[in-house]
Design a protein around this ligand. Structure first.
Ligand code: AMP
Ligand code: GLY
Length: 420
């Protein structure tokens, strides 16, 4: 009998997961809560907030879900996986303690120091006095991180000493502490690692584009586009990242009473000599990295995620295609500030396939109003291309994006610039 899967969340990541699950032979039905207009086209949406842990558990029980795949970090930190396991439903995503690797940057830092995992040096600041000395220790640029879940907005990287000091002061005032980090030089890549106590497997590395503007300038965003595989993560870099970063973390997490079962997102900085260090951990799939990584998995996605949720990954290792993928985010006017919502999205959003490859739309902040497609968030949708080369994937993605219209929207024209 085919499986019933519930995907928790409503962004582009969850649309990509829903597509991958529906393409899995082992799957009968996919439900998404809350989902978006894209998931509504292919699966069944349920109007339940991703962060409402008890309602998500009730929904999973009422659907008779064989597997729940948790997209965002907030429900993981809130204990959704623990609550699902308590009622016997396998959940892809770590328990609340494991989710602290993303929930607290301070906790993650202490863990890395304890396990000797390469990462930026850190100062833990709690007092408003002697801040000048702290700031003069490293930098510019200065890297200041609040120890809160802030959807990527709790970090300031700046060459402006005054701005760094202001952010340090206000963060200490509101949170009682703040982290000041050594600036790491290099190129970033995202390594998504499927992990449970039986083993781990790193998916093809991808590269996100976090700044809003072309040439990597302007404010930080949730991510404006991504591609995979990222050539900066050569085989040698991957091997180092696995032996110096993933293996020690996996050994530690597997030794805990409740093992880590889910995706460990390792944000890497790779220096000129190919030495990787950790910029951050996330305890979930990346967004938009998932949109370019899941399509490269050639084996059954549901089988992989269920195996991880049940702690038997080593028996169900995935296989990958040799394709390349690129996704380009279309953001609403105003993003990454408060976005203009409720505008009509028009044009040709249908899938496109030819001898070169496939192009399609991943929905994110979309909904419907009286049957018309409208924008409901900052990152509205993304156009994704899959082909046998990165340049062809790029062409397909931008061609698809040019067929979509949304007043005031913006996107970056240089996704993949480091690789192409
Ligand atoms: P985080 O939320 O910790 O990933 O930080 C957001 C972004 O800030 C990262 O993707 C990097 O581009 C940048 N960043 C964070 N920490 C550092 C660091 N120690 N050195 C250089 N850049 C950093
Ligand atoms: N794209 C960055 C993240 O998912 O955190």
């Amino acid at each position: 009998m085919g499986r019933t899967v519930l995907v928790v969340g409503g962004g582009g990541r969850e649309h990509a997961l829903a597509i991958g699950l529906l393409e899995s032979e082992s799957v009968d039905a996919v439900h998404v809560a809350p989902g978006n207009a894209g998931t509504a086209n292919i699966a069944v949406n349920h109007n339940v907030s991703a962060s409402d842990v008890s309602s998500q558990v009730e929904l999973a029980q009422s659907l008779g879900a064989d597997l729940v795949v948790v997209g965002p970090e907030v429900p993981l930190v809130g204990g959704l996986s623990d609550a699902l396991r308590a009622v016997g439903i396998p959940s892809f995503g770590p328990h609340a303690d494991g989710a602290m690797l993303e929930g607290s940057k301070d906790f993650a830092k202490q863990m890395m120091l304890k396990l000797n995992i390469p990462t930026a040096g850190v100062q833990h600041l709690t007092s408003q006095t002697n801040l000048d000395a702290a700031v003069d220790h490293w930098g510019p640029p200065w890297v200041v991180k609040r120890d809160v879940l802030a959807g990527g907005k709790g970090v300031v990287v700046t060459e402006d000493r005054g701005e760094a000091l202001d952010f340090i002061r206000t963060s200490i005032e509101s949170d009682g502490m703040v982290l000041l980090e050594e600036f790491l030089v290099g190129e970033e890549a995202s390594m998504l690692v499927m992990m449970d106590e039986s083993g781990f497997v790193a998916l093809p590395c991808s590269q996100d584009h976090k700044r809003v503007g072309e040439g990597d300038v302007g404010l930080n965003t949730g991510g404006m586009g991504a591609y995979a595989p990222a050539p900066v993560a050569t085989e040698a870099v991957r091997e180092r990242a696995i032996s110096e970063i993933v293996e020690p973390m996996h050994a530690h997490l597997s030794s805990l009473e409740t093992p880590y079962r889910g995706c460990l997102y390792v944000g890497l900085m790779i220096d000129d000599e190919g030495a990787p260090s950790v910029v951050e951990y996330n305890v979930r799939f990346g967004d938009p990295e998932t949109q370019v990584t899941v399509p490269l998995i050639s084996s059954d996605l549901c089988e992989l995620l269920l195996a991880v949720a049940e702690g038997r990954l080593s028996e169900s290792m995935p296989t990958f295609s040799s394709n390349h993928a690129m996704t380009v985010v279309l953001a609403a006017e105003g993003y990454p500030g408060p976005p203009v919502k409720g505008r009509y999205i028009t044009g040709d959003l249908s899938d496109y396939t030819d001898s070169v490859g496939r192009a399609f739309i991943h929905h994110a902040g979309t909904g419907t109003s009286e049957g018309d497609l409208i924008s409901t968030g900052g990152r509205v949708l993304a156009a994704t291309g899959i082909a046998s080369s990165l340049s062809e994937a790029r062409e397909l993605a931008y061609q698809k994006l040019s067929e979509v219209e949304l007043e005031g929207a913006h996107f970056r024209r240089d996704i993949g610039h480091r690789a192409l």
